[in-house]
Design a protein around this ligand. Sequence first.
Ligand SMILES: O=P(O)(O)OC[C@H]1O[C@@H](O)[C@H](O)[C@@H]1O
Length: 256
Amino acid sequence: MSENVEQTYNAKKYRTPDGVPADIVMFTLTKRERKTVTKTLPLRELKVMLIRRKKWPCAGMWALPGGFCQEDESIYDAATRELKEETGVDGGHLEYLGVYSTPGRDPRGWIISHAFFALVEEWMLEQRQASDDAGEVGLFTLQEALEELELAFDHRDIIKDAYLRIQQQMLQTTIARQFLPRHFTLSELYQVIQTVVPEFKEPNFIRKITSTRSRQGILKEVRDEAGNPVSSNQYSQRPAQLYMFTDHEPLLSIYT
Ligand SMILES: O=P(O)(O)OC[C@H]1O[C@@H](O)[C@H](O)[C@@H]1O
């Protein structure tokens, strides 16, 4: 912009949005040990965290944690802050999902929301709390959130999109690591993938994940200081080898 244009430019001439909030779809996998005679994997369930709104608009309705971005922060910082303020969650994996701008989505005016999704381990929810402007906080299954609850604004659409995104990522990237301990068995990994993508069925999972060339290098066996393989019988009668993710992210193709 030339100096002359800069001096005469008037930002007020242009209509700007009435607010730019960040909304966060926060997923976690809950894990409950089963009381069975034989050792078996714990029960894992995918849940989404919602807050019950206290004030207008949509007072009393369940909604995503979120709030308005301030002038001195990035939208990413606003998402991190809102998540912490409204739910007590500090940390975890936070990623951009998309922009939601359908006219009329918020009765207060022209309000464009930027949505994020967060993958949080269950222990991180321990200090969860609802702040003053958020009411109760609850963890819901995807079925409850999408089919049974009355949700505020366009939050049902945002949750649907976020669910689809994490299902795709679960099959194409190593985000399963966000829901697993550092060391895990391949049966646990398979269970985590299936919890997020129930349609995923691969009878030869263990053989494929350890031998298919395109997958090689994403996992490695856990070994002790002497170099011996480390196994666990926490969830099985016979000891099972423990694995961990490496930093390698393969570029996968649907055509091969
Ligand atoms: O909770 P307050 O601060 O009232 O407003 C933020 C909400 O307003 C909506 O457009 C957004 O989707 C966001 O959830």
